[in-house]
Write a protein that binds this ligand. Sequence first.
Ligand code: T1G
Length: 693
Amino acid sequence: MTVEYKVQDGVALITLDNPPVNGLGHATRLGVVAGVARAADDDSVRAIVITGAGKAFSGGADIREFNTPKAAQEPSLHTVIRIVEASAKPVVAALHSVAMGGGLELAMGCHYRVTAPGTQIALPEVKLGLLPGAGGTQRLPRAIGLEPALNMIVSGDTVMSDALADSGLFDEVIDGDLLAGAIAFAQRAAESGKRPLLRERKVAHENAEGFLQFARNTVAAMAKNFPAPVKCVDAVQAAVQKRFDDGIQYERSLFIELMYTPQSRALRHAFLGERAAAKIPDVPEDTPVCKVERVAVIGAGTMGGGIAMNFLNAGIPVTILETKQEALDRGVATIRKNYENSAKKGKLTQEKVEERMARLTPTLSYDDIRDADLVIEAVFEEMGVKESVFKRLDEVVKPGAILASNTSTLDVDRIASFTKRPQDVVGMHFFSPANVMKLLEVVRGAKTSKDVLATVMRIAKKIRKTAVVSGVCDGFIGNRMIEQYGRQAGFLLDEGALPEQVDKAIEKFGFAMGPFRMGDLAGNDIGWAIRKRRAVERPDMTYSKTGDVLCELGHFGQKTGAGWYDYKAGDRKAYPSQAVNEMIEQHSRDLGIKRRKISDEEIVERLVYALVNEGAKILEEGIASKASDVDMVYLTGYGFPLFVGGPMLYADTVGLHNVLQAVRRYSKGYRGEAWQPAPLIERLAEQGKGFND
Ligand code: T1G
């Protein structure tokens, strides 16, 4: 049942009941229409109240129906709203908790709106690459005025109902029993005999054209990658210039246009992907989770400090442990400095800074972490060090505590074997800076128990991370794929490209930063160390030698003032380095390679398809359970463009048949051994399918 109906004191109560947030799916829309019809036929009913059960009035259109025919199936939301508006008995929307998107649009189709305080109000469709598609762009400006309405629609931001109390959107704010208040309001409305409609109001603004032009200019800059905000302005302009019904038609045409843009498909994919990542196929949603009220972090370096901040920010006390007082003091001071910097930028009050620092307990003694519910190790990335730490944790920490390693590539099963409780051991791979980056790779060991996984996924949401489960392999999901991306970047230099061309090409595609600028930022010596390890462990994993030559010259990047690029003191801008470019060209000659002109298209294909091909192997091996998980890793941890939706969705958009042709072509080129086509791509291409089908 997705809509409940009952009559109370002459008022028909229609309750949306489609957990988790009363998404306005087809069944729910049908239920509202049936409820209004039933109320119309019941002479004992004088007015109607629509409200939502559970934790929302309504979170809007049911996003789960989006890519299905049901989304447009009649009664569409437009039809439902028209029926509500046409009701001969006044309809009152009783809002609480969340009223977003189509949910707010439904409420604006009602004759009246009453709300509980603290209700989240938003038209967030622009964040999905859309615009409000059921009258929001036409009714909200009529309700609250042009400027505040356009700001909400173009930003998609949530505004609390308290801030809108006098905006004209609500007829009453009801403190206490919302339902009783709404029913009383409905009875008075019936007495008044009035059924006001927002569609009959005019849009108030003294200089509409000027303001709209200013708004259009403001959003035009990002139009290339995000067409939705400009279309939002166009739709709202129609609310000013056109008759209501013409404005509705125009809004509808723009909505449909946006629905089919690749950007909206990408944004909807990311929205659902983030929530799908929280679901682990073989871990039931009702798996018991352990409480996590006390956290310990081992290691107060950059990663340990950043990790600790996530929990302090979420109100969870942290004991941070180091082996030396000086390192401990430095780590605590860095945490404080980070908070003080946020306070200086006005992002944090000084009171909050002190509150968070008060939750932090520094210590040199393992005895102080014996009662921790979750211990996260963030010490030096060397198996011997991990072994000594986990053996000590196993001795000291209470039974049932979760023992997590922040390792970025080491074998979590091996780490678990250092303890007598491998079922409690898991990887929690944070990305630097750990208190900023959203991605958290949760590395599932062979023996990691399901309640430990369920607990870590729950705590990840509490600290506002996008957690993606990875199996155990070298580099897990993200770093394993980025290694192939880095190999292609180096090979492109051997064959004729230069760092600046490669970076510019992939940044034009939408990456935040190309591989060479990224190397200079993170430190080229990190990759150098991995390649040295590879040369011993995986001699088949060949690399361009240019990166090694660069490091032998001491060009580690910004931290040494020179990397692939040159840098000036106090200036983070990357300046092409003639010396490095000459080194690259000389290296090609030493290899006997005749350098050739390489197109930007080839650069982008080889970098992105290197990710896709390795991602397909990761899926095939079960290291990642779904393609959208791989996409979430790249969108939240590696600066992959959100409006493209991730490497695997991009491959679907291009078509796996085309990706496969390109991979096969490159497998016949320079260092072609790096291009072994993933069998999964061959199979899906053969079937005419995509990764996300
Ligand atoms: N439809 C279906 N399910 C939804 C949903 C929606 N609109 N919004 C959230 N969920 C699910 C979500 O997948 C998760 O499911 C659970 O609810 C909790 O979500 C015509 C076309 C509402 C503020 O963009 O902003 O209306 O994982 O973890 O932190 O113009 O969800 O539990 O199975 O985020 O409390 C516009 C998007 C749609 C709202 C709740 N609406 N949602 O936040 O929980 S387009 C939105 C949110 C539209 C019209 C257009 C948030 C929330 P599961 P959660 P939360």
